[in-house]
Design a protein around this ligand. Structure first.
Ligand code: PXL
Length: 289
Protein backbone atom coordinates (compact mmCIF):
# COMPACT_ATOMS: atom_id res chain seq x y z
CA UNK A 1 0.00 0.00 0.00
CA UNK A 2 1.30 3.49 -0.85
CA UNK A 3 2.10 5.94 1.93
CA UNK A 4 -0.94 8.01 0.93
CA UNK A 5 -3.08 4.84 1.08
CA UNK A 6 -2.30 4.45 4.78
CA UNK A 7 -3.72 7.92 5.49
CA UNK A 8 -7.40 7.03 4.88
CA UNK A 9 -9.69 9.97 4.03
CA UNK A 10 -6.88 12.37 4.87
CA UNK A 11 -4.91 10.59 2.14
CA UNK A 12 -7.68 11.42 -0.34
CA UNK A 13 -7.43 15.09 0.56
CA UNK A 14 -3.64 15.03 0.25
CA UNK A 15 -4.02 13.32 -3.15
CA UNK A 16 -6.41 15.98 -4.44
CA UNK A 17 -4.10 18.68 -3.10
CA UNK A 18 -1.21 17.01 -4.90
CA UNK A 19 -3.24 16.98 -8.14
CA UNK A 20 -3.56 20.79 -7.81
CA UNK A 21 0.14 21.35 -7.26
CA UNK A 22 2.10 23.34 -9.79
CA UNK A 23 5.80 23.52 -10.58
CA UNK A 24 7.48 26.30 -8.62
CA UNK A 25 9.77 28.84 -10.30
CA UNK A 26 11.73 31.45 -8.41
CA UNK A 27 12.47 34.73 -10.10
CA UNK A 28 15.46 36.38 -8.45
CA UNK A 29 15.53 39.79 -10.07
CA UNK A 30 14.95 43.53 -9.81
CA UNK A 31 11.72 45.36 -9.17
CA UNK A 32 10.41 47.65 -11.93
CA UNK A 33 7.68 49.79 -10.34
CA UNK A 34 6.27 50.50 -13.80
CA UNK A 35 5.72 46.71 -14.09
CA UNK A 36 7.00 46.53 -17.66
CA UNK A 37 10.12 44.50 -16.82
CA UNK A 38 11.81 42.80 -13.89
CA UNK A 39 10.02 40.77 -11.24
CA UNK A 40 6.64 42.14 -12.20
CA UNK A 41 7.00 41.06 -15.85
CA UNK A 42 8.43 37.71 -14.74
CA UNK A 43 5.43 36.98 -12.55
CA UNK A 44 3.01 37.74 -15.40
CA UNK A 45 4.91 35.37 -17.73
CA UNK A 46 5.10 32.62 -15.09
CA UNK A 47 1.39 32.89 -14.37
CA UNK A 48 0.59 32.81 -18.09
CA UNK A 49 2.47 29.50 -18.31
CA UNK A 50 0.55 28.06 -15.35
CA UNK A 51 3.44 27.58 -12.93
CA UNK A 52 3.67 29.06 -9.44
CA UNK A 53 6.04 32.05 -9.55
CA UNK A 54 7.89 33.23 -6.45
CA UNK A 55 9.67 36.59 -6.52
CA UNK A 56 12.83 37.30 -4.52
CA UNK A 57 13.90 40.93 -4.76
CA UNK A 58 17.61 41.33 -5.57
CA UNK A 59 17.49 45.03 -6.47
CA UNK A 60 15.03 47.88 -6.48
CA UNK A 61 14.84 50.33 -9.35
CA UNK A 62 13.04 53.64 -9.65
CA UNK A 63 11.88 53.97 -13.24
CA UNK A 64 8.98 54.75 -15.52
CA UNK A 65 8.34 54.08 -19.18
CA UNK A 66 10.98 56.64 -20.15
CA UNK A 67 14.00 56.23 -17.88
CA UNK A 68 15.59 54.52 -14.90
CA UNK A 69 16.40 57.08 -12.19
CA UNK A 70 17.73 54.88 -9.39
CA UNK A 71 19.03 51.34 -8.87
CA UNK A 72 19.90 49.87 -5.51
CA UNK A 73 20.73 46.25 -4.71
CA UNK A 74 19.24 44.78 -1.54
CA UNK A 75 21.82 43.45 0.91
CA UNK A 76 23.12 39.94 0.35
CA UNK A 77 21.78 39.03 3.81
CA UNK A 78 18.27 40.13 2.83
CA UNK A 79 18.39 38.22 -0.46
CA UNK A 80 19.71 35.15 1.35
CA UNK A 81 16.88 35.37 3.92
CA UNK A 82 14.26 35.50 1.13
CA UNK A 83 15.70 32.42 -0.57
CA UNK A 84 16.06 30.55 2.73
CA UNK A 85 12.39 31.23 3.54
CA UNK A 86 11.30 30.04 0.08
CA UNK A 87 13.52 26.95 0.25
CA UNK A 88 11.70 25.82 3.39
CA UNK A 89 8.35 25.19 1.78
CA UNK A 90 8.46 26.33 -1.84
CA UNK A 91 11.53 24.58 -3.27
CA UNK A 92 11.80 25.37 -6.99
CA UNK A 93 11.97 23.21 -10.09
CA UNK A 94 13.62 26.20 -11.79
CA UNK A 95 15.25 29.49 -10.86
CA UNK A 96 15.34 32.44 -13.24
CA UNK A 97 17.73 35.30 -12.53
CA UNK A 98 17.44 38.86 -13.82
CA UNK A 99 18.91 42.07 -12.45
CA UNK A 100 21.02 40.95 -9.47
CA UNK A 101 22.59 44.29 -8.58
CA UNK A 102 25.83 43.13 -6.93
CA UNK A 103 28.56 40.50 -6.93
CA UNK A 104 27.47 39.49 -3.42
CA UNK A 105 23.89 38.89 -4.57
CA UNK A 106 25.11 36.84 -7.51
CA UNK A 107 27.09 34.67 -5.07
CA UNK A 108 24.02 34.20 -2.85
CA UNK A 109 22.22 32.76 -5.89
CA UNK A 110 25.17 30.45 -6.69
CA UNK A 111 25.15 29.18 -3.09
CA UNK A 112 21.43 28.40 -3.21
CA UNK A 113 21.70 26.67 -6.58
CA UNK A 114 24.49 24.45 -5.20
CA UNK A 115 22.61 23.81 -1.95
CA UNK A 116 19.37 22.82 -3.73
CA UNK A 117 21.18 20.67 -6.29
CA UNK A 118 23.24 19.14 -3.48
CA UNK A 119 19.98 17.96 -1.89
CA UNK A 120 19.40 15.90 -5.02
CA UNK A 121 16.86 18.41 -6.32
CA UNK A 122 16.55 18.53 -10.14
CA UNK A 123 16.91 22.26 -10.57
CA UNK A 124 17.05 24.22 -13.82
CA UNK A 125 18.77 27.61 -13.76
CA UNK A 126 17.96 30.23 -16.40
CA UNK A 127 20.34 33.18 -16.31
CA UNK A 128 19.12 36.34 -17.98
CA UNK A 129 22.23 38.47 -17.53
CA UNK A 130 20.59 41.87 -17.24
CA UNK A 131 23.54 44.23 -17.72
CA UNK A 132 21.62 47.32 -18.85
CA UNK A 133 18.15 48.73 -19.48
CA UNK A 134 16.65 49.27 -22.92
CA UNK A 135 16.38 52.92 -21.91
CA UNK A 136 20.19 53.06 -21.59
CA UNK A 137 20.93 52.72 -17.85
CA UNK A 138 23.83 50.43 -16.93
CA UNK A 139 23.12 47.77 -14.33
CA UNK A 140 26.52 46.05 -14.14
CA UNK A 141 30.14 47.08 -13.69
CA UNK A 142 33.12 45.02 -14.91
CA UNK A 143 33.41 43.12 -11.61
CA UNK A 144 29.82 41.90 -11.91
CA UNK A 145 30.35 40.92 -15.56
CA UNK A 146 33.44 38.90 -14.58
CA UNK A 147 31.58 37.14 -11.78
CA UNK A 148 28.76 36.25 -14.16
CA UNK A 149 31.31 34.65 -16.46
CA UNK A 150 33.19 32.78 -13.78
CA UNK A 151 30.48 31.79 -11.32
CA UNK A 152 26.86 32.04 -12.49
CA UNK A 153 27.02 31.13 -16.20
CA UNK A 154 28.86 27.83 -15.56
CA UNK A 155 25.91 26.76 -13.38
CA UNK A 156 23.25 27.73 -15.92
CA UNK A 157 20.95 25.29 -17.68
CA UNK A 158 20.32 28.12 -20.15
CA UNK A 159 21.61 31.68 -20.53
CA UNK A 160 19.52 34.24 -22.41
CA UNK A 161 21.64 37.34 -23.12
CA UNK A 162 20.71 39.77 -25.84
CA UNK A 163 23.44 40.41 -28.41
CA UNK A 164 25.04 43.33 -26.56
CA UNK A 165 25.10 41.35 -23.30
CA UNK A 166 26.52 38.28 -25.05
CA UNK A 167 29.38 40.39 -26.44
CA UNK A 168 30.20 41.75 -22.95
CA UNK A 169 30.13 38.22 -21.53
CA UNK A 170 32.35 36.75 -24.26
CA UNK A 171 29.53 34.53 -25.58
CA UNK A 172 29.49 34.25 -29.33
CA UNK A 173 27.04 33.19 -32.00
CA UNK A 174 28.35 30.03 -33.62
CA UNK A 175 30.74 29.18 -30.79
CA UNK A 176 30.41 25.54 -29.78
CA UNK A 177 28.62 24.72 -26.57
CA UNK A 178 30.49 22.79 -23.97
CA UNK A 179 33.58 24.97 -24.02
CA UNK A 180 34.70 25.98 -20.57
CA UNK A 181 32.17 28.20 -18.81
CA UNK A 182 29.88 28.42 -21.85
CA UNK A 183 26.37 27.26 -20.98
CA UNK A 184 23.55 26.37 -23.38
CA UNK A 185 22.59 29.65 -24.97
CA UNK A 186 19.73 31.56 -26.50
CA UNK A 187 21.20 34.85 -27.70
CA UNK A 188 18.13 36.95 -28.33
CA UNK A 189 18.04 39.29 -31.29
CA UNK A 190 15.59 41.89 -30.16
CA UNK A 191 18.33 44.50 -29.75
CA UNK A 192 19.55 43.96 -33.33
CA UNK A 193 17.64 45.37 -36.29
CA UNK A 194 18.24 43.10 -39.32
CA UNK A 195 16.68 44.15 -42.60
CA UNK A 196 15.19 40.67 -43.07
CA UNK A 197 11.98 41.47 -41.20
CA UNK A 198 12.78 38.59 -38.90
CA UNK A 199 13.58 38.55 -35.20
CA UNK A 200 16.25 35.86 -35.00
CA UNK A 201 17.67 34.26 -31.88
CA UNK A 202 20.76 32.05 -31.85
CA UNK A 203 20.10 28.79 -30.05
CA UNK A 204 22.90 26.49 -28.95
CA UNK A 205 22.18 23.56 -26.68
CA UNK A 206 22.60 19.81 -26.39
CA UNK A 207 19.69 19.07 -28.74
CA UNK A 208 20.47 21.52 -31.54
CA UNK A 209 22.11 24.71 -32.67
CA UNK A 210 21.06 27.32 -35.21
CA UNK A 211 18.77 30.27 -35.78
CA UNK A 212 15.27 30.46 -34.39
CA UNK A 213 13.28 33.09 -36.28
CA UNK A 214 9.81 34.55 -36.34
CA UNK A 215 8.54 37.65 -38.15
CA UNK A 216 9.70 40.77 -36.32
CA UNK A 217 6.80 42.47 -34.53
CA UNK A 218 6.68 46.14 -35.40
CA UNK A 219 6.32 47.80 -31.98
CA UNK A 220 8.30 50.20 -29.83
CA UNK A 221 6.93 48.63 -26.67
CA UNK A 222 9.57 45.99 -26.11
CA UNK A 223 10.54 46.91 -22.55
CA UNK A 224 10.67 43.68 -20.54
CA UNK A 225 10.77 41.31 -23.51
CA UNK A 226 13.96 39.65 -22.23
CA UNK A 227 12.26 39.01 -18.88
CA UNK A 228 9.27 37.38 -20.60
CA UNK A 229 11.57 35.22 -22.73
CA UNK A 230 13.72 33.98 -19.82
CA UNK A 231 10.78 33.46 -17.45
CA UNK A 232 8.85 31.44 -20.02
CA UNK A 233 11.91 29.29 -20.68
CA UNK A 234 12.29 28.74 -16.92
CA UNK A 235 8.60 27.81 -16.61
CA UNK A 236 8.91 25.33 -19.48
CA UNK A 237 12.03 23.75 -17.97
CA UNK A 238 10.21 23.49 -14.63
CA UNK A 239 7.44 21.60 -16.48
CA UNK A 240 9.98 19.13 -17.85
CA UNK A 241 10.58 20.39 -21.39
CA UNK A 242 14.13 20.07 -22.73
CA UNK A 243 16.16 23.24 -23.34
CA UNK A 244 15.46 23.42 -27.10
CA UNK A 245 11.69 23.07 -26.59
CA UNK A 246 11.75 25.55 -23.70
CA UNK A 247 13.44 28.12 -25.96
CA UNK A 248 10.91 27.57 -28.76
CA UNK A 249 8.07 28.09 -26.27
CA UNK A 250 9.82 31.21 -24.92
CA UNK A 251 10.15 32.58 -28.45
CA UNK A 252 6.45 31.97 -29.14
CA UNK A 253 5.35 33.54 -25.85
CA UNK A 254 7.55 36.60 -26.35
CA UNK A 255 6.29 37.16 -29.90
CA UNK A 256 2.73 36.77 -28.66
CA UNK A 257 3.39 39.31 -25.89
CA UNK A 258 4.89 41.76 -28.40
CA UNK A 259 1.82 41.38 -30.66
CA UNK A 260 -0.30 42.47 -27.69
CA UNK A 261 2.05 45.24 -26.51
CA UNK A 262 0.44 48.56 -25.71
CA UNK A 263 1.37 51.98 -24.40
CA UNK A 264 0.10 52.49 -20.85
CA UNK A 265 0.76 56.22 -20.74
CA UNK A 266 0.74 59.17 -23.10
CA UNK A 267 4.52 59.81 -22.71
CA UNK A 268 5.10 56.43 -24.34
CA UNK A 269 3.49 57.99 -27.40
CA UNK A 270 4.83 61.52 -27.30
CA UNK A 271 8.40 60.31 -26.66
CA UNK A 272 8.19 57.40 -29.09
CA UNK A 273 10.28 57.53 -32.29
CA UNK A 274 7.07 56.56 -34.14
CA UNK A 275 4.14 58.32 -32.41
CA UNK A 276 1.59 57.04 -34.97
CA UNK A 277 2.51 53.37 -34.34
CA UNK A 278 2.57 53.98 -30.58
CA UNK A 279 -0.87 55.57 -30.82
CA UNK A 280 -2.26 52.50 -32.64
CA UNK A 281 -0.76 50.29 -29.92
CA UNK A 282 -2.45 52.39 -27.24
CA UNK A 283 -5.82 51.96 -28.94
CA UNK A 284 -5.18 48.17 -29.06
CA UNK A 285 -4.38 48.26 -25.34
CA UNK A 286 -7.83 49.71 -24.64
CA UNK A 287 -9.44 46.92 -26.63
CA UNK A 288 -9.72 48.69 -29.99
CA UNK A 289 -8.34 47.52 -33.35
O1 PXL B 1 14.62 44.40 -19.37
C1 PXL B 1 15.68 44.27 -18.49
C2 PXL B 1 15.31 44.68 -17.09
C3 PXL B 1 15.24 43.72 -16.12
N1 PXL B 1 14.92 44.01 -14.84
C4 PXL B 1 14.66 45.27 -14.47
C5 PXL B 1 14.70 46.28 -15.40
C6 PXL B 1 15.04 45.99 -16.74
C7 PXL B 1 15.10 47.04 -17.73
O2 PXL B 1 14.85 48.19 -17.47
O3 PXL B 1 14.41 47.51 -15.00
C8 PXL B 1 14.30 45.54 -13.05
Amino acid sequence: MSTLGTLGTFGTEVRSLAADMRPVVWSVAGSDPGAGAGLQADLKALQAFGVHGCTAVAAITAQNSVSVTHVEPVSAALLDAQLAALAQDLPPQAIKTGLLGSVDNLRVVCDWVDRLRGRGHALALVVDPVLGATTGASFADDALVQTYMQELLPRATLATPNRAEARRLGLHIGQTSGTKNQPPLAITGGDAAPATGLASDWLQCAQTSGWLSLPRVNTHHHHGTGCTFASTAAAALACGYCVADAVVLAKMATTHALCHAYAAVISAITQSPDPAAACRALVRGFGGQ
